[in-house]
Structures are given as C-alpha cells and as structure tokens.
Design a protein around this ligand. Sequence first.
Ligand SMILES: *Cc1c(COP(=O)(O)O)cnc(C)c1O
Length: 377
Amino acid sequence: MHIQTAAVQTLRDFEHGAVVPSVHMASTFELDPATDDGVYAYQRGSNPTRAQLETVLSALDGARHGFAFASGMAATAAALSVLEVGDEVILPASVYGGTYRFVDLVLPKRGATARFVDDLGALTDADFTPATRAVFIETPANPTLRITDLRALVELAHRHGALVIVDNTFMTPVLQKPLALGADIVVQSATKYLAGHSDLLAGAVTVDDDGLADALRLAQKAEGGVLSPADSFRLIQAVKTLPLRLERQQANALAIVDFLRGCEDVAQVHYPGSHSEEEARVHASQASGTGAVVSFELAPELDRIAFLQALRYPAYAVSLGGVESLICRPATMTHEAMTPQARANAGISDELLRLSLGIEHAADLVADLEQALAAAR
Ligand SMILES: *Cc1c(COP(=O)(O)O)cnc(C)c1O
C-alpha cells in the first residue's frame, strides 16, 4: 500500500458505518470479575483511540509497533529509556535543543551519559566503547540540513552492539523510513508535519523489535507521558493529509531555493544535499525528497531585523511543519543552549535563518521574500 493510501485507509469499518473512528474518552474499562481481564483496563496503559492512532503510526513507517506520546520530547525520553546506568549515547552537538537539554541535564541523573560529537559521519570504530549503548541521529541535521549516511552509521553502530535511534521529524515516513535502512528506533515530534497545523503537541515512536516495544510500552505505562484520546483522534485525522501537505510544502521549498540561489542579497542557501555532491547522493539513496525546511544567510550588508520585520507571511516563530510558513533564527532560538563554539563547529552562524515552508502559493512566498529583501537593503 502506498503511504498516501495508508494515511487514509489503515483504519476502516467503524461503528454505525461511520467513516471516521469514534473517540473513546474513558479513563477506565470494565474487567471480567472471573479473570480480572479485559482488552483495555486503564487509559494510561492503552485505550481504543490511542491504539488506533498507534496502528496508523506503525503503518506509515512500515513498522511492527507504534507508540503515541504527549510530545516529541516525551517520545525521545521514552526512546532513551533503553539506556541503563553506566550507558552512553553519542549525539551530534547540533541535535534538537530539547533533546540536548534532556541528555545534558536529565540523563546523567539516571546514571547514563551523553557524548557530543561534531559530525556523526566522521565516527569510527575507535569512538565506540563497551558503554556505548546508542547513537542518536537527525538526518538532515537541523538547521544546517547536512546529511549523514544512515546505512553506514547503522553498520558501524551494530558492529559495536549499539542501537541507532533516528529523530525523523524533518523527513517523516513520507520521505524517509529509517527502520527499513536498519535503524532500531524512530522518534518523531508529531507536533510538526504529522499534526501539521501548529495546533497540537504530540510524539511518535516506531520500532520493529519486540524487546524494544516492551521497553516503550513500559515507558508509556510507568512514566505516563501518553497522548490523550482527544488528541489521538485529532492526530489520526491530521495524518490523512500529511502526504498531500508535504508534497505542496516541498514544492514550495524547491521554489524558494531556486529564488534564493539566484539572489545577490543571499549569501548561503542550505537544503538537504546542498553541501556536496556526496551528501546529495547519500540523501537520494536514503530519502525520496528534500523536505520543506531550508536555511539561508543574508548577504552581510543586509539588515536582518529589517528583513524579518518586513516579511508578511512567514511568522517569526520556532517550530516547523505547519501549513503556515515560519521563520526563525536558530542561534538565538532553537540552538541557544549550545555553546558559541559548538554552534560554530556545527556551522550555525548568528546570521543563519531557518525557513519552514507551508502550503501557501509559492509565488506569494517568493514575492514576500523579494519585498522583504528590498526593505533590508
Ligand atoms: C520539535 C522537535 C522535537 C520535540 O518535539 P515536541 O513535540 O516539541 O516535544 C524533537 N525533535 C525535533 C527535530 C523537533 O523539531
């Protein structure tokens, strides 16, 4: 089944012939007094509506198991709950700011540690120790959109008995399926493309391995950061248009890249594969599109603040993936927790701007950028 069909047709045959599922708000469920058993017992453990969403999430990824959480960070924390006392996880220094905060400030209290590296693509056998339990990766990286070879990283990590956890928020299963490339755990902030309308906080985890599925089920039940039935229903509905939205968003991103690259007022334009032919080749081998986030720097003589103030459509806000375009400044917003040196190493300059394209008409977005550049000159 194609993902466009899976997004809409995975769930079927609802009560009363309804074409969308009903929402089950119950926090508790009757059990059989003879056995104390039931399909559902208590909402945190599982419930019909979240279970339906989890079926959709696993179908999109072609995964055996899916799990819905109350936020992308709850999903990430649950994925990292596979670390035990004494374990280490390797991450890129430019990893999503919330993930950086979690592994920097919370993970050590649980007896595990994080090791940050500038470039996961440069990892070698010598970087792994017996304590290395996992490698956590985002490809494309945020906001530089640099690419890491997932198959090569999986091979290296597995040789050392380490798991590969992929944060696939930027690509979504529409464009990249890390489990099929050998990764062990996929997390997503469903707040972004999956929900797609900047109105819902949610997280998703998918795995194939039954043991990892048990660990995630335990994280849901024991830590309780699960998605509510109402929000599970909203995500079931939102995901139906994910492939359609992303198609339009990606087309807009390509139009914007075309425009920015031909523009004297713009010094640098980054998108997946833009860094080198090698990265373009690797990205094309593991993903089916470049997505809808681009980043760029204005030419030094332009006034960044005037540019941002003049923009009519992209809102100056963190987050991404919604139907409305957003623009932000990673150095002071999403990647503020990194040290200036780490930001410099990762290629995140103070002037870099990250643009998340929505579903507006490309011509209107280009015209808007054009007038804002004129205002900044
Ligand atoms: C937003 C985001 C997260 C965190 O998700 P929340 O839903 O905000 O908790 C994790 N990873 C990436 C890449 C993100 O963009």
